[in-house]
Design a protein around this ligand. Structure first.
Ligand SMILES: C[S@@+](CC[C@H](N)C(=O)[O-])C[C@H]1O[C@@H](n2cnc3c(N)ncnc32)[C@H](O)[C@@H]1O
Length: 489
């Protein structure tokens, strides 16, 4: 019988592919009940979503192509020994921890392999060394920041639909359902953040539900509540609650803050970001501080950092130290270097390395982050770092020339997931530092940029992944490049 899309097949998973897909290798003829001339070999690849090597699964075919197929596991007949019980009750629904059902050592092993493959296959790099991935000390409660969305379209789970409870379908505060951007899963706990943050999440929902406050609709662009962002210092006692709304309402926000602080004295600041943007990004057009200073303070290594609501700060505080230490180990500073830190955020890398080098020039586009960075330098008595506001997507060489900055010996870059703009890569190459240390949360764009650097006379020396995001597919990776002396290779 010829099989088609939607049919169920039994598959043995042999390999791990990218992002939670297992690979089964089968005979195309046998699998699909067809008779292609070269279809008897067991070389037809089926990517099966939600599976791991060692699983035997019943799965539904969702795509059938000439050289591969895709399927979704519908029943696990025999589980892989790498599987573990997911702890979170929302596992499988929420877009967050997609690998919580895979043992942590295996998560690390697959991330390591995946980075290797990206550099080997996508980048074509063979001659470089790979250091072992650095595991995260905490695999739960490791995030210092969680961003929740309000939605007027609540995603109802099967249990909720079949229960007799009366549920408000037009109010949810939680996390987005993967690929369904307008629907939100109402959650009462997330295991990546502290119990206190979960209590604040639930308090906030109750407060606004009882007051019947409207939720912003991404369809009609009306309604008030947009996001709740909770930032909690890992090492110090600071907690920020940031409510993102579509408009101002000082009286309501004051009442919210007063009630919140009364119930949770650990909350040290409450801010309100007001966003008129049509897109659903939890960053305001402007900010009002409702209570406290508008900042929290956390620590990486020996240094303290002030963080405001819209400044980037590594979300896994403890692991950030290992990440920055890897960058330092790779750079092998001799104490006399001029270093440029590109995409410097709140100045964390620049300050972390400051006592190991002569001078750091740090470049960043977000004004509040640069302001935080300047305060952070003072806070730590650091005087050899200059912070410069710069949109690195445009050319930043004119800024270097205008300010008469000395040429860098080392450039450290840590761009967002989209990687560096070609202009920025060209500028880095034109500045010709001896070493480039590339910190990235997306090895695919990292490899794309590194290829350009290698084409321009740099050699990829080594890489080291650092697991900043347990249970997710996200991979952080540090790479070291060295400028080749003329004529060497
Ligand atoms: C991955 S974060 C790294 C921040 C910092 N190095 C750290 O470890 O906390 C990327 C940073 O790039 C900044 N950024 C994004 N686009 C930029 C641009 N076009 N020009 C300059 N900075 C940019 C972001 O604001 C953010 O602070």
């Amino acid at each position: 019988m010829k099989l088609k899309k939607g049919d169920i097949v039994e598959l043995h998973i042999e390999k791990y592919a990218f992002e939670g897909k297992g690979i089964a290798k089968v005979s195309k003829n046998e699998l699909l009940g067809i008779n292609e001339e070269d279809g008897n070999e067991k070389n037809y690849v089926v990517f099966v979503h939600g599976t791991y090597p060692g699983d035997v699964v019943k799965s539904r075919l969702i795509k059938i192509k000439k050289s591969y197929a895709e399927a979704i596991a519908v029943e696990i007949l025999s589980p892989s020994s790498d599987r573990t019980q997911a702890k979170c009750k929302y596992f499988g629904l929420c877009g967050g921890c997609k690998q919580q059902d895979l043992s942590y050592p295996k998560q690390l092993e697959y991330k390591q392999k995946q980075v290797g493959e990206i550099f080997n296959k996508l980048g074509g790099f063979i001659d470089f060394s790979t250091e072992p991935i650095l595991p995260s000390d905490n695999v739960f409660f490791y995030r210092n920041k969680m961003e929740f969305s309000f939605s007027d379209k609540r995603w109802l789970t099967k249990q909720e639909i079949s229960s007799n409870d009366t549920l408000s379908k037009d109010f949810a505060l939680g996390l987005h359902i993967p690929k369904i951007y307008d629907k939100v899963l109402d959650i009462d706990e997330c295991l990546l953040q502290s119990d206190l943050s979960n209590q604040i999440l639930n308090f906030t929902r109750k407060f606004f539900l009882e007051k019947n406050i409207s939720v912003y609709s991404t369809k009609t662009h009306t309604g008030f509540l947009r996001n709740l962002v909770i930032r909690q210092s890992f090492y110090n006692n600071y907690l920020m609650v940031n409510l993102v709304t579509s408009d101002e309402d000082e009286i309501l926000l004051k009442e919210f803050a007063n009630n919140l602080i009364e119930k949770f004295p650990a909350v040290t600041t409450v801010v309100n970001n007001i966003s008129k943007k049509l897109s659903s990004v939890a960053v305001g057009d402007y900010e009002k501080v409702i209570y406290g200073s508008g900042f929290i303070y956390d620590k990486i290594g020996d240094y303290n950092f002030r963080i405001s609501a819209n400044s980037f700060f590594q979300t896994n505080t403890k692991q950030a130290e290992k990440l920055y230490q890897t960058a330092v180990d790779f750079a092998q500073f001799n104490g006399n270097e001029i270093v440029y830190d590109l995409y410097s955020g709140a100045g964390t890398i620049a300050i972390f390395i400051s006592q190991k080098v002569r001078k750091v020039f740090a470049f960043e586009s977000v004004q509040s982050a640069v302001e935080d960075a300047k305060v952070n330098a003072q806070l730590n008595n650091i005087s050899n770092v200059d912070f410069i506001i710069a949109d690195l997507y445009k050319s930043f060489l004119p800024l270097v020339e205008k300010n008469n900055l000395p040429k860098p010996d080392v450039i450290i870059v840590d761009p967002p997931r989209s990687g560096m703009h070609k202009n920025t890569v060209d500028n880095v190459i034109a500045l010709a530092p001896d070493k480039i240390v590339y910190v990235s949360c997306n090895p695919t764009t990292q490899v794309r940029d590194i290829k350009l650097m290698v084409d321009a006379g740099y050699k990829l020396m080594k890489i080291r992944p650092v697991d900043m995001f347990p249970h997710t597919y996200h991979i952080e990776n540090v790479s070291l490049l060295k400028k080749l002396e003329h004529g060497s290779n």
